[in-house]
Ligand binder design. Structure first.
Ligand SMILES: Nc1ncnc2c1ncn2[C@@H]1O[C@H](COP(=O)(O)OP(=O)(O)O)[C@@H](O)[C@H]1O
Ligand SMILES: [Mg+2]
Length: 361
């Protein structure tokens, strides 16, 4: 924000988490930093540790900040929160033994205002996963819910086109504000940040960081549902997310062909293995209803999604018809739920949204 703010951050870099060489900032334990005139308020949440360690951090912060010009009052609140039970993020450069007890806040802490994370997944690309994610988000918003849409398909982000764009803004404390799209849905996509035709090559740690930022550094605020458009397949992004974020449930999108259904089964197996409840299967491009005569043609075969759901013992959430308007709307940031709410496809999305809500309980 200001020069003043920078100096404070700089000074804080000298305070480390007890038992590690990580600064408070690098360890990600600073929960709140507020500068109001000459007063600084800082909240720190240590993962594990002793009361003496917490007291030492408090004193070290006070000693680091009080000498700064323009700082008169320093309020430091240091808390010890339980060490995470699940897998925690690896911390680059941290010494080995203490890391477990001093790990950064989990991603889950950072989206504490989100009631339900709903992952939208598919066994393979091109089945309409992003289309379903965008329209499901809008249909949920149509039920009066507060909804977010996270494009986690960081290899091939598309929500910046499908859902529309805008410029994500940064807040004073380094958080990213999602763009507010139609229906008040808050959306964040890597596609909003990178150049349109730049290939993105992720290496392991970068990928973790990018994902972590998307979940934790975006100011999602209070949401009923955060819909996550996962990359296709069962790769590392999906696994990392499911390990670090409490996903309430997964929606698996498939088309009716056998090849797609086989892949859908693999997706389902992954979620089951990760203990993520599968909310159900959506069959996209299910059929085509002739606009002039009303004849229904099952171009890719009939009932595959429903059959697969039955076989696997998961609910069938609904069938979305093929509609050329989905293609044109998807290319121009006007999802069909918004553009033609009375269309068969939009009504099918609304039905899927109600089924999802019912399953979330
Ligand atoms: N029900 C549908 N009817 C017509 N076109 C569709 C339908 N669902 C998706 N599409 C189109 O298919 C293409 C792939 O969809 P997309 O949502 O990008 O798939 P994925 O995210 O699974 O790769 C897009 O051009 C999209 O507009
Ligand atoms: Mg996609």
């Amino acid at each position: 924000m200001t020069h003043h703010h920078d100096a404070i951050r700089q000074a804080l870099r000298q305070v480390t988490v007890p038992g590690t060489t990580l600064s408070l900032e690098d360890a990600g334990v600073i929960r709140q930093l507020e500068v109001d005139g000459t007063s600084v308020r800082l909240a720190v949440a240590l993962r594990g540790g002793t009361p003496a360690g917490a007291e030492a951090v408090k004193t070290a912060v006070e000693n680091a900040l009080k000498p700064l010009e323009g700082v008169e009052r320093v309020d430091v609140d240091v808390r010890i929160v339980p060490a995470p039970q699940g897998p925690s993020l690896p911390q680059a450069g941290a010494p080995g033994p203490q890391v477990g007890s001093q790990a950064a806040p989990t991603w889950a802490d950072r989206i504490a205002g989100v009631k339900h994370v709903v992952a939208v997944a598919s066994g393979k690309g091109g089945v309409g996963k992003s289309t379903v994610a965008a329209n499901l988000a809008l249909a949920l918003a149509g039920l009066g819910h507060r909804v977010g849409l996270l494009d986690a398909d960081i290899y091939g982000p598309s929500q910046q086109l499908m859902f529309g764009g805008g410029q994500p803004m940064a807040t004073a404390d380094g958080k990213i504000m999602p763009v507010t799209g139609p229906g008040g849905v808050r959306m964040m996509s890597l596609g909003l940040i990178i150049e349109a035709d730049q290939p993105v090559i992720w290496r392991g740690p970068m990928l973790m960081k990018a994902l972590e930022q998307f979940v934790g550094d975006v100011q999602w605020g209070e949401l009923d549902e955060l819909v996550v458009d996962l990359p296709p397949g069962t790769g590392d992004v999906s696994i990392t997310l499911c390990q670090n974020v409490p996903v309430s449930g997964a929606v698996i999108v498939t088309t009716p062909q056998d090849v797609a259904l086989i892949d859908a089964r693999k997706g389902l197996a992954m979620f089951t293995k990760m203990d993520v409840p599968v909310l159900g299967i959506v069959e996209n491009m299910s059929h085509f209803t002739c606009p002039s005569c009303g004849h229904v043609e099952h171009i890719f075969g009939k009932g595959g999604g429903e059959r697969t759901a039955d076989e696997l013992g998961v609910p069938f959430l609904g069938a979305i018809p093929i509609d050329p308007q989905i293609v044109s709307g998807g290319d121009s940031g006007r999802p069909i739920v918004l553009e033609s709410p009375e269309s068969e496809a939009a009504r099918a999305f609304a039905k899927v949204a109600r089924a999802v809500v019912e399953r979330l309980g």
